[in-house]
Design a binder for this molecule. Structure first.
Ligand SMILES: Cc1cc2nc3c(=O)[nH]c(=O)nc-3n(C[C@H](O)[C@H](O)[C@H](O)COP(=O)(O)OP(=O)(O)OC[C@H]3O[C@@H](n4cnc5c(N)ncnc54)[C@H](O)[C@@H]3O)c2cc1C
Length: 506
């Protein structure tokens, strides 16, 4: 038997960080709108947003070497790093607003300060790291960055990583103390608690199976209610597809022309985890290294201090791999089913172009525990195999599309909001920089889908996110003020000297 329900203003598919962020933004700018959420799993934040499925880095480009590239003349291009940092500032401001208004509580449960470190070995890489540091230090967003190639200082910064290294080893690092570890799972759950308090109807164990458009312009969803074992139909004026890896196939079902010629390439991930408190205590940083030749940007190796359920642990990885599933809880048929007449040429072109990547991912998948430990030993020379275990991380589905620069079937590594020209439906594809930039990406959804409302909503958005529409890197005084306020609100106390070392004006 099938059940048809009342029409609603907004439906959000998926209970991850993206739907949580969009739902909460909408509840602030348009509190009267009725919102429903449909999630196929039993609770919020169980897929990529879960704390064990991602690395929990508050990506602000403080340590990720893949956000800065070397130009042919040897200078360093920092434009992507600046962009990512600006986007993370929006998240910090919004989370601070929510905490200050008591809409979410206990920020220490979802965000903690942790130094962000970039570490390299060898003369050439050290020279690059120095030039990178010089280029970034001129920008107020990267205040407080320190460089060292001195073993004694490195031992102070990274005792576990320096133990057992040859004194002659050429190694250097930069460090920024104001980095963060973010528990996106906890944040997602807090946001869903808040949404429920605001009368948002959150339906778990409801899997969206199909999406069609009604004659009067509503989106109609066919949903399998797993608990009641029945099919339901729900309609909404506006639909957001925040289904993570599941977004592509649902977007394809809408039939909007913007969804044609887009494909997805799944990349799976594994981490090595150490829960031994004695070892975890010896490391206090997120340390990012350089990606191996041929590795995709999301598999830059890093060793992270994590705070999960009040416990400190260490995470190393990710080791990429190939799996045809689009979600961790997905099906082996996901990849095949995502290929259709509209995107088959794009997908075939990508297949031919990305043979090397596929080979790399399969090789990664075949690595033994000992081979993974060998990679870890480049970070912790004395790491012991029995102290580290494997955890399976979330799936990322990278977007494949035809682009002017890359031609047919080009693999994209960023996130992408795909929306209908009338703004009635939007989907989020891709997963990088990911959850850290959820606020920026969901503001983009509002801009794309509700352009006629933005003037009316702007004062509220500015109240929540004061630097909305402003490039903070060009307004150092405003940046300093907001940064210090957010540190306070989120309980992230970075050393006072760092704050005072910010440039006073542009
Ligand atoms: C290995 C790895 C490391 C990462 N590291 C970081 C990091 O350090 N920092 C960072 O900022 N980001 C990181 N990310 C990215 C980040 O995790 C994602 O960008 C983010 O969690 C995506 O959130 P989402 O809400 O779009 O998707 P998800 O959290 O995956 O949520 C989507 C939800 O939709 C549901 N769903 C799917 N299909 C349906 C359907 N048909 N019907 C109903 N519900 C459905 C799913 O069950 C799921 O709950 C990482 C990702 C991975 C995989």
């Amino acid at each position: 038997m099938s059940h048809t329900h009342e029409k609603t203003d907004v439906i959000l598919i998926g209970a991850g960080i993206m739907s949580a962020t969009l739902g909460s933004l909408l509840k602030e700018v348009a509190p009267e709108w009725e919102i429903k959420v449909f999630e196929k799993l039993t609770s919020a934040g169980e897929e990529s947003s879960n704390e064990w499925n991602n690395a929990g880095t508050g990506h602000a480009a403080l340590c990720e070497l893949n956000y800065t590239s070397e130009k042919p003349d040897g200078t360093v291009n920092i434009s992507k790093a600046v962009k990512v940092n600006e986007q993370f500032q929006l998240s910090r401001q919004y989370w601070s607003y929510l905490v200050e208004r008591g809409l979410i509580q206990n920020p220490a449960e979802f965000i903690r300060p942790i130094p962000h470190v970039s570490m390299v070995q060898g003369e050439e890489n050290i020279a690059f790291l120095k030039r990178r540091m010089e280029a970034l230090s001129k920008n107020p967003l990267f205040h407080g960055m320190e460089f060292t190639d001195d073993h004694a200082t490195l031992t102070e910064w990274l005792p576990l990583m320096m133990e057992g290294r040859d004194e002659d080893e050429q190694i250097a690092a930069t460090k920024v103390d104001s980095g963060t570890d973010v528990n996106f799972g906890a944040l997602t759950r807090m946001l869903f608690t808040y949404l429920k308090e605001k009368n948002v109807e959150v339906n778990y164990e409801h899997e969206v199976k199909d999406i069609t458009r009604t004659k009067d312009g509503f989106w109609e969803l066919t949903i399998w209610n797993q608990e009641k074992r029945r099919t339901e139909h729900h309609q909404a004026k506006f639909l957001f597809i925040g289904a993570g890896g599941g977004s592509l196939s649902l977007l394809q079902k809408t039939g909007i022309p913007e969804a044609k010629k887009i494909g997805g390439f799944p990349v799976s991930g594994l981490f090595l985890v150490c829960n031994d408190p004695d070892i975890a205590e010896q490391h206090h940083a997120k340390v990012y290294g350089k990606a191996k030749v041929g590795a995709p940007p999301m598999s830059v190796p890093h060793l992270d201090t994590r705070y999960i359920d009040g416990k400190k642990s260490l995470l190393f990885g990710p080791f990429a791999g190939f799996s045809p599933k689009f979600l961790k809880s997905g099906s082996n048929l996901d990849l095949i089913k995502s290929v259709n007449v509209d995107n088959v040429i794009t997908m075939l072109a990508a297949g031919a172009k990305e043979m090397e990547l596929t080979k790399y991912l399969i090789q990664q998948l075949m690595l033994s525990h000992e081979a993974r430990m060998e990679e870890l030993r480049e970070f912790i020379p004395y790491a012991q195999s029995d102290q580290w275990e494997v955890v399976v991380a979330g799936q990322r589905v990278q977007v494949i599309k035809d682009t002017e620069e890359g031609g047919r079937g080009t693999l994209q590594f960023g996130t992408e909001v795909v929306s209908a020209s009338d703004g009635s439906v939007a989907a989020l594809l891709g997963a990088s920089p990911g959850a850290s930039t959820a606020v920026h990406v969901m503001l983009e959804v509002l801009e794309k889908c509700f352009p006629e409302r933005m003037k009316e909503w702007a004062p509220k958005i500015k109240e929540m996110i004061p630097s909305y529409g402003i490039e903070l890197s060009k307004k150092p005084e405003l940046f300093r003020k907001l940064f210090a306020e957010n540190e306070e609100a989120l309980g992230l106390s970075s050393p006072v000297e760092d704050r005072e070392s910010l440039p006073a004006s542009s």
